[in-house]
Design a binder for this molecule. Structure first.
Ligand code: THU
Length: 130
């Protein structure tokens, strides 16, 4: 199973009746295992969750905390840019040089890295006042 196939398949399970915008994400963890997630919206709109967050939650629930590759796909005119919150979530578990492939359902792809998606990220050093 490729990350692309996994993300494409899980996207179909997205619960997106409010935006009608289905997103699928697949991440490869350090063990090689693939974890997937899709967006899950709620009638109380702020309670919805992104596909990337779902995949990360599945990875952590599976006992892993490091990711080595990411693939995100949606039906959009240009490869989907992860939202700001998901960039921070990806940075929590992946190094700056981790490859992130952003894709459209009609074959468009853009490859970037976690570091390029979140320059100047907030990290633990910013809480160190000693
Ligand atoms: N969405 C994601 O799942 N990931 C992103 O990175 C961008 C946005 C979802 C959230 C919401 O369900 C829908 O796309 C429209 O914003």
């Amino acid at each position: 199973m490729t990350l692309k196939n996994a993300a494409t398949a899980v996207r179909l399970n997205a619960h997106a009746p409010y935006s009608n915008f289905k997103v699928g994400a697949a991440i490869r963890a350090a063990s090689g295992q693939i974890y997937v997630g899709c967006n899950v919206e709620n009638v109380a709109y702020p309670e919805g969750t992104c596909a990337e967050a779902g995949a990360i939650a599945a990875m952590v629930a599976g006992g892993e905390t490091r990711l080595t590759e990411v693939f995100v796909i949606a039906d959009c005119p240009a490869p989907i840019p992860p939202c700001g919150g998901c960039r921070q979530k990806l940075a929590e578990f992946g190094a700056g040089d981790v490859t992130v492939t952003l894709a459209t359902t009609d074959g468009g792809e853009r490859t970037t890295t976690i570091g390029d998606l979140l320059p100047g990220k907030f990290d633990a050093s910013h809480m160190d006042r000693s």
